[in-house]
Design a protein around this ligand. Structure first.
Ligand SMILES: O=C(O)CCC(=O)C(=O)O
Length: 278
């Protein structure tokens, strides 16, 4: 078994993060970890599809969110612990602490999968654009906050495309036309310049800046199973839902560092959660 810390080169990670907006960590997880986590996430994905209003349509989506919702774990509490272990694992937190000189918060989880039969290329976007009414708001979010995706491949995955360096600058006019679908440009145009495709093998992870220009491709015929964890600073435009984090006793098997990590998430949002519930 490869020692993860032997493979790590945090100085390169930091350089790539600053220059390109992403870096790849090979073999973040070993094959046995992937096997167990894929089993759990596939079970949740299947349940989410079956319990949806229209399972046929749902199976043609590209990802699901909120895998830590309590409804998935009433019969399998241990599996929730396994997911929480991964989200707050030393491997990931060590890297995040190395890249940033302030603490990041947990935000959410997603699971990307190949659609059942509707292949399509995704739209180019920056995550902070959603619900931003003006460009000024987008730019302020980009300057003042951090959003980071950690995609972990459970199967080989080359579906993510990213424009290196776009995380720390505004769009060129060509990019803006595509991203906003202006002047006859489709939002999923193949013509966007300077994009790069990210290749992940089983167990590899890419850490990418959610504010850079990126997109996914969704190919029905090629199985895709990529777990995504989102970390960041507090977004003032969105409150993540509590999922499992209002339940008692979910941290019993976590280390003190892990408990502290999730407690910060709970403390940040608990007032907003209780005012919504109340
Ligand atoms: O990997 C993908 O399919 C795209 C991910 C993405 O666009 C996102 O998470 O914002």
């Amino acid at each position: 078994m490869t020692d993860f810390y032997e493979l790590m080169n945090p100085e390169n990670f930091k350089q790539n993060w600053n220059k390109d907006g992403f870096f790849i960590v090979r073999k973040l997880l070993d094959l046995s970890e992937v096997k167990e986590l894929k089993f759990i996430c596939d079970r949740i994905l299947n349940r989410w599809i079956i319990q949806s209003k229209n399972p046929e349509e749902t199976a043609n989506l590209t990802n699901m969110a909120f895998l830590t919702e309590p409804r998935y774990f009433s019969e399998y509490p241990q599996q929730l612990t396994q997911l929480l272990h991964l989200i707050s694992s030393d491997k990931i937190l060590d890297i995040l602490e190395y890249i940033f000189d302030f603490l990041l918060l947990f935000h959410n989880t997603q699971y990307f999968f190949n659609p059942a039969n509707k292949t399509r290329m995704g739209d180019w976007h920056r995550d902070q654009q959603f619900d931003a009414k003006t460009e000024e708001i987008e730019r302020l979010r980009m300057q003042n906050t951090v959003g980071i995706h950690v995609h972990i491949a459970f199967l080989p995955d080359n579906n993510l495309e990213y424009i290196p360096g776009s995380h720390c600058r505004w769009d060129s006019s060509e990019e803006l036309n595509i991203r906003k679908g202006l002047n006859g440009k489709p939002k999923n145009s193949e013509d966007i310049p300077n994009s790069t495709r990210i290749y992940l093998d089983v167990g590899d992870a890419v850490f990418f800046n959610a504010w850079g220009i990126h997109r996914g491709n969704y190919i029905a015929e090629i199985p895709r199973r990529t777990f995504d964890i989102i970390y960041g600073t507090i977004p003032d435009w969105y409150t993540p839902p509590p999922t499992c984090f209002l339940q008692e006793n979910i941290f019993a098997e976590l280390t003190p560092r892990q408990q502290l990590f999730f407690q910060r998430f709970i403390d940040t949002y608990k007032n907003q959660w209780s005012s919504r519930l109340g």
